[in-house]
Ligand binder design. Structure first.
Ligand SMILES: NC(=O)c1ccc[n+]([C@@H]2O[C@H](COP(=O)([O-])OP(=O)(O)OC[C@H]3O[C@@H](n4cnc5c(N)ncnc54)[C@H](OP(=O)(O)O)[C@@H]3O)[C@@H](O)[C@H]2O)c1
Length: 299
């Protein structure tokens, strides 16, 4: 006889649910939480998830969202996450990246509910990697500066919360345009030229591992936590690995150097994160190869 589980699931509010990371958080969290996702311009259907369409930069709409959902915990993954956009649209991006984030911390503090804020390796300058949680921040572009302002403002408002700084993430999203990795694979398959830096290093992290790490941290620790993969790899080598695992024999990968390519927002060379604190806490990122092999079956 099957036992009926009548225990009511707790409510998790996930901002950025239509985005690359938020979608993955929603699909994983769904197993243990009653998930309420927030989208804005690109509303999305996710099986079993309640989607609310809200402009989070509108404080009255944000407050009403908390009244309507009555969350038991919040993951704030919404952002203007494109570095070039932030560099040229500083006022607009400041609203969602800084003001909204601090407002969310205030609302969580008032309700004494756990909160994770998703930050980035770009709070560092790339000159002293690998970075630990207590290394001094030193962003070199507007996006990184905004994340630092958000981290500081939020932790001041809500000291019990967690800031999860993640490395660059790769993985699947049902809308291909949300995932740089899926776009690269498509370009490789179509034998288009893909320019890749040989001198820019990251500790690439699977988006599913990032989502699991965020949910592991939620309500269980406070302060700052670095979530990254274990391997420090250049963007060029990452793509070579992917083209091999995806059996794209004649991918046109063009090696280039950061100094040779004009960019809108300054780029850091090595933003590798030290994830030992997260691993001591139970975070277990998979290897790039294992994760790419899993993705090769679905992308
Ligand atoms: N992707 C990475 O490799 C990476 C690495 C490190 C850190 N991060 C951080 O991880 C988080 C998620 O990034 P991502 O790659 O998933 O970004 P993304 O795919 O661009 O998604 C951004 C999300 O934010 C939402 N959003 C933006 N402005 C909003 C507003 N005014 N009101 C409501 N929602 C709004 C978007 O909703 P709509 O599209 O529906 O408008 C979307 O769901 C961000 O904080 C980013 O800084 C990402």
């Amino acid at each position: 006889m099957k036992q009926k589980n009548n225990k009511k699931k707790r409510r998790l509010l996930v901002t950025g649910a239509s985005g690359f990371l938020g979608w993955n958080i929603c699909t994983i969290a769904h197993k243990s939480w009653d998930v309420f996702g927030v989208a804005f311009y690109n509303s999305i259907d996710i099986v079993g998830i309640n989607i609310n369409v809200v402009d989070l930069t509108d404080y009255s709409g944000l407050k009403q969202l908390f009244v309507d959902v009555v969350p038991d915990a919040v993951v704030h993954a919404a952002a203007a996450a494109n570095t070039s956009y932030c560099q040229v649209n500083q006022t607009e991006s400041h609203k969602i990246n800084v003001d909204t984030s601090i407002n969310i911390a205030g609302l969580c503090m008032e309700r004494s509910i756990p909160l994770v804020f998703v930050s980035t390796d770009m709070v560092f300058d790339g000159l002293a990697a690998p970075y630990k949680e207590d290394d001094p921040v030193c962003p070199i572009n507007v996006y990184g500066e905004q994340k630092v302002l958000a981290e500081n403002g939020m932790l001041k408002r809500c000291p019990e919360m967690v800031v999860c700084r993640t490395s660059i993430m790769f993985g699947y999203h049902p809308e291909r345009s949300r995932s740089w990795f899926q776009k690269n694979v498509e370009a490789m398959r179509m034998h288009q030229d893909v320019q890749l830096f040989v001198d820019e290093y990251r500790t690439f992290l699977s988006v599913r591992d990032a989502a699991s790490g965020i949910l592991l941290a939620l309500g269980n620790i406070s302060g700052i936590l670095h979530l990254s993969g274990d391997e420090r790899v250049s963007r060029y080598d990452f793509a070579r690995l992917a083209s091999g695992i995806f059996h794209i024999d004649n991918a046109r990968l063009i090696p280039c150097r950061v100094a040779d390519v004009p960019v809108t927002a300054p780029r850091a060379k090595d933003l590798s994160l030290d994830n030992s604190q997260a691993k001591a806490f139970g975070f277990m990122p998979s290897s790039i190869v294992i994760e790419l092999e899993a993705l090769s079956g679905i992308i």
